[in-house]
Write a protein that binds this ligand. Structure first.
Ligand code: TYM
Length: 345
């Protein structure tokens, strides 16, 4: 069986507070890739229980991510939208990848260190092995491209390392089964580009905007009302200087740089174009323009998400249908992977 050449996979955890960083760093790109690629978008609920075992209303959190995908413009009829736990093969391949990945590789993962905090001994084994499951998500579909925010870069490097080691260690078997010289798993390309690969907190320009930050004022949630969005932007931390006329002028101004990046990503321009448009203007002018733009882009998504959330059976049926279609690909991969490993049966 030949390699797919044009397949996108990406995922988002159903851990609440879906925010502007998730939208600009990931979902907006998912939407854009639909015309040129075969796309598979997954609500990664198995990942959601790695950091916190007991999740509050996991079912609704899962539906909410699916609703955000669809409300943002992902077409679940043309592409696949599903939740990870409905396709058991993710867990099976993750186990096998735990045997491919080396302890040293996982020990280098900065996200584990950040999430485990000071008490790493008390972190779950699942949190440690999280990147193996992520590699399994991607490689189960032999995806060639993975759109993500900047914080996932290291995990994607690990995915490439796992694919390369598997292809190398099983090279003979892979050829025996007729897969040619290119190996069985693709060496996946990350897609991390544009002005919003790392959206920062509205309260501290050196911290990433995140679901887990206690202050709700630090992020714009996709479920925020127009008033909340405007208020959060109005109150966003900035410095007293007007906007510069070159990108270099933003170098030491993380909060200003962040707001410019958000404006650029929402309006589909480069940060440079935004800087020239607003050169010399005060935040008193820029912030209302940004708030208006953010409301214009996010309010329709918010409205559509609410409609979908009012009809959970409809969302569930989309996810079940997506899982059925994902499973067809996943089962074929696992059949071949089992043969390559040499398992009986
Ligand atoms: P998660 O759920 O933390 O985040 C989902 C996506 O949002 C991006 N993101 C951001 N982008 C820009 N600025 C930010 N402040 C910001 N915060 C989050 C993330 O980079 C991500 O693209 N491990 C993944 C989920 C996952 C996955 C996968 C992704 C599991 N399996 C396979 C791709 C392929 C995660 O925790 O994302």
């Amino acid at each position: 069986m030949g390699q797919p050449t044009n397949r996108v996979f990406s995922g988002i955890q159903p851990t609440g507070n879906l925010h502007l960083g998730n939208y600009l760093g990931a979902i907006k790109k998912f939407v854009a890739l639909q015309d040129s690629h075969e796309c598979i978008y997954c609500v990664v609920d198995l990942h959601a229980v790695t950091a916190q075992l007991v999740q509050d209303d996991l079912k609704n959190q899962t539906r909410e991510i699916a609703a955000a995908f669809i409300a943002s413009g992902i077409d679940p009829a043309k592409h696949i939208v599903f939740n990870q736990s409905q396709v058991r093969e993710h867990a099976e391949l993750a186990w096998l990848f735990n045997c491919v990945a080396r302890m040293g590789w996982l020990q280098r993962m900065t996200q584990f260190k950040d999430k485990a905090g000071k008490n790493a001994q008390n972190a779950s084994v699942g949190l440690f092995a999280y990147p193996s499951l992520m590699a399994a998500d991607i490689l189960l579909y032999r995806a060639t491209h993975v759109p993500v925010g900047d914080d996932q870069k290291q995990h994607l490097e690990l995915t490439r390392d796992i694919a390369a080691k598997f292809n190398n260690d099983f090279a003979e078997k892979i050829k025996e089964f007729g897969h040619g010289d290119e190996g069985y798993f693709p060496i996946t390309d990350p897609i991390i580009e544009g002005p919003a690969t790392r959206v920062m907190s509205l309260r501290a320009g050196n911290n990433k905007m995140s679901k887990s930050e206690p202050s709700d004022m630090s992020r714009i949630n996709l479920t925020d009302s127009a008033d909340d969005i405007a208020k959060k932007i109005r109150k966003a931390k900035t410095d007293p200087e007007p906007l510069p006329d070159t990108m270099e002028g933003l170098a030491e101004r993380p909060e200003a740089k962040n707001l410019v990046g958000i404006y650029a990503a929402l309006s589909g321009q480069t940060s440079k174009a935004v800087v020239s448009e607003f050169a010399g203007q005060q935040f008193g002018t820029f912030k209302p323009a940004l708030a208006e733009l953010a409301v214009e882009k996010l309010a329709p998504i918010n409205t559509e998400m609410r409609k979908l959330m009012d009809n959970p059976d409809h969302v569930d049926s989309i996810l079940a249908d997506g899982a059925d279609r994902a499973r067809v690909i996943a089962q074929q991969t696992m059949k071949e992977v089992r043969e390559i490993f040499g398992f009986l049966g």
